[in-house]
Write a protein that binds this ligand. Structure first.
Ligand SMILES: [Zn+2]
Length: 128
C-alpha cells in the first residue's frame, strides 16, 4: 500500500499568459464581461485578473462555483495537493489515474467484509 505523500515540489510550470490561450472565446480580462470567478464572487474583474485565464465569462462561474464548493476559498493548499496527487496517479496509470487506486481500495474493502462475514458465522460454531 502506498501512503502517497503528494509532495508537489514543482511549482506549476505553465504560466497562464505565456502562450496561446487554449480556452475558447478569448480571455475575459480584456474585452467581454467579468471572468467566471469574479462573476461568482460578485466583484469587479480587473484587467490582469488572475482567474480570467482559467474561468471564462460563459461557463467559468459554474466551474469556479464547483471549485469553491469543493475546496473553499482558503484551501488552496488542499487544491494544490489534490492536483499533484491526481497528476502523479495519472503518470502511474495514464488510463484510470487515481480511480484505479479507488477501485483497488473498494476491492479490498469488499474482500475484508467477506472475510468478516465468514468469521462472524464461523466463530459461534467454533465456540459452541
Ligand atoms: Zn476576474
Amino acid at each position: 500500500m502506498n501512503t502517497a505523500n503528494p509532495s508537489c515540489a514543482t511549482s506549476s510550470g505553465s504560466a497562464p499568459g505565456g502562450g496561446g490561450s487554449s480556452s475558447g472565446s478569448g480571455g475575459s480580462s480584456g474585452g467581454g464581461g467579468p471572468c467566471g470567478a469574479c462573476k461568482f464572487l460578485r466583484r469587479k474583474c480587473v484587467a490582469g485578473c488572475i482567474f480570467a485565464p482559467y474561468f471564462d465569462s460563459e461557463q467559468g462561474a459554474a466551474h469556479f462555483a464547483a471549485v469553491h464548493k469543493v475546496f473553499g476559498a482558503s484551501n488552496r493548499l488542499d487544491a494544490v495537493v489534490t492536483i499533484c496527487y491526481e497528476a502523479q496517479a495519472r503518470l502511474r496509470d495514464p488510463v484510470y489515474g487515481c480511480v484505479a487506486h479507488i477501485f483497488a481500495l473498494q476491492q479490498q474493502v469488499h474482500i475484508i467484509l467477506t472475510y468478516l462475514l465468514i468469521l462472524n458465522t464461523l466463530i459461534p460454531q467454533l465456540t459452541s
